[in-house]
Write a protein that binds this ligand. Structure first.
Ligand code: GLA
Length: 325
């Protein structure tokens, strides 16, 4: 009996210890007005000492697209939200950065379509903020990038149109701006079988013809790319829709490859399911070159607007990524 109580106390203690590593875990992520933050599949722009969080606005009833061979649960695409913070703890709602439209299925931004994984970069040359996101039909057969532009980080962003880079499919995606100012779009292509890394034009508004195929036939999605000590790191998930699976990471000395797969960056309980999350971004912490936050979505596929968040700080030590929960 005594031992059972001791084990119980110890397990509560260690669980709390483990949980205390997470910055955000679950559905309770509020803005400074006390409202639930609605920013899924998110990305962060760090500009003028402010962090800007952009994400999918998921609002409304979840429904299942009929006739699909997979669990194609959808919620109306509410556009892209924007929040700002200087300490990564207090987030102010800056409103809707990119608005969706209702009742116009031929419009890329219609609520019946897909507006996912928005990412924003600042272009030093043009002084514009550029947003890319995954734009699609609700059966994911368009597989395109949507591109929008703004004079200020929070928007409103003007929609410029959609594109398939080099006529290749683009689904889950991220943007990455390198230290030399060059920017890249990284995306699941070829029906999610293979990822592509494509250099953008100098104004970040278009893909160039310079692209490379990576993680060939590895079926990866939700790319999150970051750089540490001159080396590139790419964390991805497997392809199992809204259901969690094991993450994996790859490294490269050049962003165009060759990329080497290393394995699961997560360890601890439920590491094989990425702690029930799917990554959306890796945020470098300003002023701490080896410190990052793994940002993920805790999808609730039957009620997508209730999906939560999991943010885990981690450090790259001796070139290795270790994300512990
Ligand atoms: C995966 C993707 C998400 C979304 C869902 C749709 O989880 O990573 O962004 O497209 O599939 O099922």
């Amino acid at each position: 009996m005594k031992y059972t109580v001791l084990i119980l106390i110890l397990s509560i203690f260690f669980n709390n210890q483990a949980r205390s590593q997470n910055m955000i875990s679950g559905g309770d992520f509020k803005d400074t007005d006390g409202n639930q933050i609605n920013a899924h599949g998110a990305g962060v722009l760090y500009y003028n000492e402010v962090y800007y969080l952009f994400g999918e606005i998921k609002k409304g009833k979840t429904w299942l697209v009929p006739g699909q061979s997979w669990e194609d649960y959808r919620v109306p695409a509410g556009g892209v939200s924007c929040y700002s913070s200087t300490d990564l703890k207090h987030w102010k709602n800056l409103g809707t950065a990119l608005r969706s439209v209702t009742g116009d299925p031929s419009n890329d931004l219609d609520t019946g379509r897909v507006i996912e994984r928005p990412k924003v970069l600042y272009n030093e040359k043009t002084k514009k903020f550029v947003m890319w996101f995954h734009n699609d039909r609700n059966d994911y057969q368009d597989s395109k990038a949507g591109i929008a532009i703004s004079d200020s980080p929070e928007g409103p962003y003007t929609y410029l149109g959609s594109i398939k880079p080099n006529n290749q499919m683009l689904r889950d995606m991220t943007l990455f701006k390198d230290t030399d100012g060059k920017a890249y779009v990284v995306y699941s292509s070829e029906d999610n079988n293979t990822m592509h890394v494509c250099l953008l034009t100098d104004d970040y508004l278009k893909p160039t013809e310079h692209y490379t195929r990576i993680l060939i036939d590895r079926n990866r999605e939700s790319p999150a790319l970051f750089k540490n000590n001159g080396k590139y790191f790419l964390i991805t998930s497997g392809c199992s829709g809204w259901s969690p699976n094991a993450a994996s990471y790859a490294t490269a000395n050049s962003i165009m490859g060759a990329w080497t797969e290393i394995g699961n960056p997560c360890s601890g309980t439920n590491a094989e399911q990425t702690f029930f999350a799917q990554g959306n971004y890796v945020l470098p912490i300003n002023g701490k070159p080896s410190n990052f936050i793994f940002m993920g979505d805790l999808w609730n596929k039957l009620d997508l607007e209730k999906s939560g968040y999991l943010w885990i700080p981690f450090e790259v030590i001796d070139g290795e990524v270790k994300i512990n929960n």
